[in-house]
Design a protein around this ligand. Structure first.
Ligand SMILES: Nc1ncnc2c1ncn2[C@@H]1O[C@H](COP(=O)(O)OP(=O)(O)OP(=O)(O)O)[C@@H](O)[C@H]1O
Ligand SMILES: [Mg+2]
Length: 241
């Protein structure tokens, strides 16, 4: 397998509002693999997700982001998405005036996806009546996460980064999210899940687990790392490493 396969973050340094947040992040998520990113509050996990998505507030001061070997760090968000990188946000915005069906149809058309808004909602377990509501407006926390998932499925991604798809969701939503991640892996999509909880990991087993502390990946390992974090806490695991 080519070492350029999938998403490669290379020595990435990022500033937000002139404050250094990411301090040399290295991470490689090949297609068809599930990786998990964990770490304490404020470590920089969402900063990494927002930087990958391409939000201009997140200034890359050093390093690179490669998708199948091609640098995407200077591309605007839509171009990155078109090349196959989709990011599920921790706090997706409400789009007053934009109906779910309109947004999904637009994405299906733009990305040439062979699906329909109805089918997408069904895949994430949302009722068809949601099609005519405004995007995320008045949606519950769990409904938003499912809708984010439907949005991403409309985009035919190669690599999916999910920032806390499991926080604040009930067991039913968790199973839907886990099932969709499983399907992505089967379809050779690479997935990076940012999470605090092992709950979602009851249903899916990651190939690699990465621990971020203070803007750096300080430890990477197999799925057993999740258990160790639970027992020893981040400081314990990192100290012993
Ligand atoms: N706009 C900003 N201005 C200043 N500091 C910021 C800004 N955005 C993020 N930060 C800081 O960057 C650090 C990393 O935040 P980030 O949201 O990436 O953490 P996280 O690992 O996702 O944490 P959590 O687990 O709580 O979601 C935090 O200390 C945060 O306060
Ligand atoms: Mg976060």
């Amino acid at each position: 397998m080519s070492t350029d396969n999938g998403l490669k973050v290379v020595d990435l340094w990022v500033k937000v509002e002139n404050k250094e947040i990411l301090k040399g992040v290295n991470i490689h998520v090949p297609k068809g693999e599930l990786h998990v990113l964990m770490g304490p509050n404020g470590a920089g996990k969402s900063t990494l997700a927002m930087t990958l998505a391409g939000y201009p507030k997140y200034k890359i001061v050093n390093g690179d982001i490669l998708l199948d070997g091609e640098s995407i760090k200077d591309l605007p968000p839509e171009e990155r998405a078109r090349k196959g990188l989709a990011v599920l946000l921790q706090h997706p915005p409400e789009l007053e005036g934009v109906r779910v069906v309109e947004l999904l149809n637009k994405l299906i058309e733009r990305y040439g996806s062979n699906t329909s808004p109805q089918e997408l909602l069904q895949k994430v377990g949302l009722s068809p009546s949601m099609l005519y509501r405004y995007f995320n407006v008045g949606f519950s926390g769990g409904e938003r996460k499912r809708l984010e998932l439907a949005r991403i499925l409309a985009m035919k991604p190669k690599i999916v980064v999910m920032d806390e798809p499991d926080s604040g969701v009930d067991i039913e939503s968790l199973k839907y999210i886990a099932k969709n991640i499983e399907d992505m892996i089967v379809n050779n999509i690479g997935v990076l899940v940012i999470t605090h909880y092992r709950n979602i990991l009851r249903y899916i087993t990651p190939k690699r687990v990465h621990i971020m502390v203070d803007g750096k990946i300080v430890l990477s390992g197999g799925p057993e790392l999740v258990e160790r974090v639970e027992k020893e806490g981040y400081s314990g695991v990192v100290k012993r490493a």
